[in-house]
Structures are given as structure tokens and as C-alpha cells.
Ligand binder design. Structure first.
Ligand code: ZN
Length: 489
């Protein structure tokens, strides 16, 4: 297979030609959510970005195994093994089982992902479902000499690791500085070096989520979860590992260290990271009060939002920025995206009814090539969208009789719109879906009215007609039954 896809690789700090480890196959691991609160918009953007990559690989005919985990234990409040387990803390606060928290927010996450029309991953493993694998990996790292036990907790020995491997290869941070800044331990910790991190954490008696291990009851560290699950489902080495860029300095750096210490192999050949969200140019964060949840964005129920925006408008809006750039939310930008998305959908709807001519006056092949060039250039969706609007312009001109299209080009145009807009970019016409539902409901109501007439219950049939009229739906009785029209006020 001739792939011409280039991907920016955080590991090599350059854009590399993508060569899968096994021809025709792609193994991709993306760090999933920690399910202790509602899915936030930053997460949604990350997973929409990887959804585009997943979809594009599928479109190119590759066989993809896309693994995205659910972190349902072991993620402490601070990435540096400090604070409480996020899920256990929330469970205590709400006085329910940790697994009730996990269930509630896993369902919420899946709902949001569906609203954004992301495809489910091939495998969605949970951390608690892979405790045995995490214990085994910890054992192996201990056996290989890169970890030590301290009062029932197993720590990864970063200083020992740095003697053989480059610990900061991914983050590009200065190791000397890191070591110097963190050398003085306060004595309250069982770690030998401040950069050391826990593979397995001894559980206090009151800790809710714990499992037996060779080192006593405990729970896994967040980083070992991903190393164990990615190795299990994708092998010791695989193609792509991804996540938000905030994961680079600690979580992903430690994942690489664990894999090297266990298997003597760096796990992924391409590391892909998505950028953050901003609101009116400021970093989106809970503490600044400028963050909103996907649901708030859909409903418009937030002090910073003028109105609500549909999930596809937001998806379209996300695609207008490259995944490695920040994405800035503002009312103006969202309103522009809403118009742009509608314009794209309206143009696609015109295609089947375009009149064909003997020859095309448009250069469809050029537009098609530009779209693929953009997607092949590190999944550059903003450029691909700009090219799609070139297509929109042409469709409108053909529809107005100012340009012409041949039968073959019309078929190619239909295929292009379907494959790029719907299959790869994962957009869908929301209006259509809603219209279909309204139509289904109306058929049901008209049938009830017709049944009432057969029963000679004219009071009921008139009441249905009058009520529909009061909400702007006009019913007309004809020879072949009743029809309806929706007033557009
Ligand atoms: Zn992870």
C-alpha cells in the first residue's frame, strides 16, 4: 500500500512519513478519560481529533486497532503520586460506591462521544479490568532492576533508568535541572528520588479500591495502567500513541520509561499530541471560571455563551483549527462555524439534483487532490475544509447555471462529499435526522386522527387538527389521506 501520510511526531520533534510497523495495519493507543466527573470539552476535542485520524486510516483502507482506555482507578489528584484517588474522593463526597461514580461518568462520556459522532474505539479496556497485567508488569520491572519496594509501595527508579536510557526524550526537558530541582526529599516520602513514581501503591486500611498483590493490598499507579493495557492489546511496540499535550512531561514520559524497563523497547513509534482550548484567547480552566461542559455548549446555558450550538456545529468548529494549534472559543467564532456548517450541508444537499452537461467547467480533480494533500499533511483539517468550501462554491455556481458538470464528475462529487465530509470528517446533517423524527411522529399522530374519524369520533379528530395548528403544523385532508406542513415561523 502506498501511503503518503505525514505525521508530526513528538518523539522526533519533526514531521515524519508514516510507515506502519505491519503493512496495512495500524495500532493506535489513546489515553482515555478518568471517569470521576463530566467529560470536559478539552477531552472532547482530543477524542474528536483522534477520531478523525481513526476515520482517515479506515478510509485509506488500513486495518486499525484503536485502543482507548477508561481510567477507573489509580489516578491521583496530582500526577506526581500525591493526593487522593480522584474517583475514591468523589465517591466519598457523594457517599456512594466508587464503581457508581465510574459507571455514571463512563455513561456520560459515551453519550458525549456519540453526540460528537465519534466512532467507538476497537477496544476500550478499563484499568480495573487489567490489575493482573499491571502487577505482572510491575514484577518484571522489579526483576529487571528498575524499581524498588518501599513500605509496600513499588517505585520506579528514575535515576537508575537515566543511566541507560534517555528519560526526557519525549518531553525534551533538561534532566540535570529536573534532578537538581527535585533532589531534596522532605523525609515524609518513601521515594529515593523525587522523580521516582509509583507503579503500585500500598493502600491505607480505609482505601476503598484495592487489590491483593505480592506486596500487600494496594492499587496501581496511573502510568502503569496504560503501559500494561497498550502492551496487552497492541504488543510491546506499536504505531501510534496519543493524548493531550498536558500528558507529555509526566504520564507519557513515565509510560515510555516503564515499557523500556520492562520490554527493553520503546512502545510507540509515533507520539501524537493535541493542543489545549482557550476562551476569548485565555486558557480554558475551571479555576478561571471560563470553562464549559459540552452540554452547556449545546444548550447555551453558560454565562459566557450567547446561545447553544449543536454538536455538529461544535465538531465543525473544532475541525477549523489544526489539532496541534490551540482552539479558541468565542461567540463570534461559534456563530461563524454554525453558518459555515449549514452552508456546507446545504450545498451537499444540492448535488443529487444538479443538472449535468456534456462537459465540466470545474476542476474537480484539483480540489480532490488538495483535500487529500491537506489530510496527508498531518491531518490538516482546516486546509481540507477550506478546499471543501471551494467545492461548495462550485456546487452553488453549477446550481445557478454559471458552471457546468458532467455525469461522471457529478458522481465523483457525490462520492467526495460522502467520503470526506461524512466518513472522514465525521460530520452529519443534523437537520435531516430531526426532520425524519418529526415525520415519524407526524405519521403516528395522523394515523391516530384517521382512526378517530373511522370511529366517528370527530371531536377527537378536530382536537388533534386544532392542536397541531396551534403549534404551527397545518393538516390538510385529501383524497389519499391527510398531509401536513410545518409553518416556518
Ligand atoms: Zn495513559
Amino acid at each position: 500500500m502506498d501511503l503518503n501520510l505525514k505525521i508530526y511526531n513528538t518523539l522526533t520533534k519533526q514531521t515524519d512519513l508514516f510507515k506502519p510497523l505491519h503493512e496495512g495495519h495500524v495500532g493506535m493507543y489513546v489515553c482515555g478519560p478518568t471517569v470521576y466527573s463530566n467529560a470536559h470539552l478539552g477531552n472532547a476535542r482530543t477524542f474528536v481529533s483522534f477520531d478523525i485520524m481513526f476515520r482517515y486510516f479506515l478510509h485509506l483502507g488500513l486495518k486499525v486497532r484503536y485502543v482507548r482506555n477508561i481510567t477507573d482507578a489509580g489516578h491521583l489528584e496530582s500526577d506526581a503520586d500525591e493526593g487522593e484517588d480522584k474517583i475514591a474522593k468523589k465517591a466519598k463526597l457523594e457517599q456512594i460506591e466508587p464503581m457508581e461514580i465510574v459507571q455514571r461518568y463512563t455513561v456520560d462520556f459515551h453519550t458525549i462521544m456519540q453526540q460528537f459522532n465519534t466512532l467507538p474505539p476497537s477496544i476500550e479496556p478499563t484499568a480495573t479490568g487489567h490489575i493482573i497485567e499491571q502487577i505482572e508488569m510491575t514484577k518484571q520491572i522489579l526483576e529487571n532492576g528498575y524499581a524498588y519496594e518501599s513500605n509496600g509501595t513499588i517505585y520506579f527508579d528514575v535515576e537508575k533508568f537515566t543511566k541507560e536510557y534517555n528519560y526526557t526524550e519525549l518531553s525534551n526537558r533538561n534532566l540535570e535541572e529536573l534532578l537538581n530541582n527535585t533532589r531534596d526529599l522532605d523525609g515524609q516520602n518513601d521515594k529515593r528520588g523525587r522523580l521516582d513514581f509509583a507503579l503500585w501503591i500500598k493502600a491505607k486500611p480505609e482505601h476503598l479500591m484495592k487489590w491483593p498483590s505480592p506486596w500487600g493490598d494496594g492499587f496501581p499507579g496511573w502510568h502503569i495502567e496504560c503501559s500494561a493495557m497498550s502492551s496487552k492489546y497492541l504488543g510491546e511496540q506499536f504505531d501510534i500513541h496519543g493524548g493531550g499535550m498536558d500528558l507529555i512531561p509526566t504520564h507519557h514520559t513515565n509510560e515510555i520509561a516503564q515499557n523500556l524497563a520492562c520490554h527493553h523497547k520503546s512502545p510507540a513509534r509515533y507520539w501524537i499530541h493535541t493542543n489545549m482550548l482557550t476562551v476569548n484567547g485565555q486558557k480554558m480552566s475551571k479555576s478561571l471560571g471560563n470553562s464549559f461542559l459540552p452540554d452547556e455548549l449545546f444548550s447555551g446555558n453558560h454565562k459566557l455563551l450567547d446561545k447553544g450550538y449543536s454538536p455538529m456545529t461544535v465538531r465543525f468548529f473544532m475541525l477549523q483549527a489544526h489539532y496541534r494549534s490551540t482552539l479558541d472559543f468565542s461567540n463570534e467564532a461559534l456563530q461563524a462555524a454554525e453558518k459555515g456548517f449549514q452552508r456546507l450541508m446545504n450545498a451537499i444537499k444540492l448535488i443529487p439534483n444538479l443538472k449535468t452537461s456534456e462537459k465540466s467547467s470545474i476542476q474537480l480533480a484539483d480540489v480532490t487532490k488538495s483535500i487529500y494533500d491537506a489530510l496527508n499533511d498531518d491531518f490538516n483539517t482546516p486546509i481540507a475544509l477550506a478546499q471543501l468550501f471551494e467545492m461548495v462554491r462550485n456546487i452553488n455556481l453549477i446550481n445557478d447555471g454559471k458552471e457546468s458538470i458532467s455525469v461522471d464528475d457529478k458522481l465523483a462529487l457525490e462520492k467526495l462529499a460522502k467520503e470526506i465530509v461524512f466518513d472522514v470528517l465525521g460530520l452529519k446533517d443534523e437537520k435531516n435526522a430531526d426532520d425524519n423524527k418529526i415525520d415519524g411522529l407526524m405519521q403516528l399522530i395522523l394515523q391516530q386522527r384517521s382512526d378517530a374519524k373511522v370511529r366517528k369520533d370527530y371531536a377527537a379528530s378536530d382536537a388533534i387538527r386544532d392542536h397541531l395548528k396551534s403549534i404551527g403544523i397545518e393538516v390538510k385532508d385529501g383524497k389519499d389521506g391527510a398531509t401536513y406542513s410545518v409553518n416556518s415561523w
